[in-house]
Design a protein around this ligand. Structure first.
Ligand SMILES: [Zn+2]
Length: 70
């Protein structure tokens, strides 16, 4: 069963998170995130930059924020 991807994969404040699109024959890899913890957003293009973006999000945002207790 296939789920159709939404046309707009860009994360928003309403639905924070990380979105990564792998490279295709015609486009380079793309990544975006909106952090649900601090609201910061970032975007990257290209394999290396997208990987750095994912590492940054994983290490400093998203899951990292959730470890903190309030
Ligand atoms: Zn954050």
């Amino acid at each position: 069963m296939f789920r159709k991807l939404p046309a707009d994969l860009t994360p928003t404040e309403a639905s924070p998170g990380l979105r990564v699109k792998g490279p295709t024959k015609y486009t380079s890899a793309q990544g975006d995130y909106v952090c649900g913890g601090c609201g910061i957003e970032d975007h990257a293009n290209g394999d290396r930059d997208v990987k750095a973006l994912v590492d940054d999000y994983t290490a400093n945002h998203g899951p990292a924020h959730r470890k903190e207790t309030r």
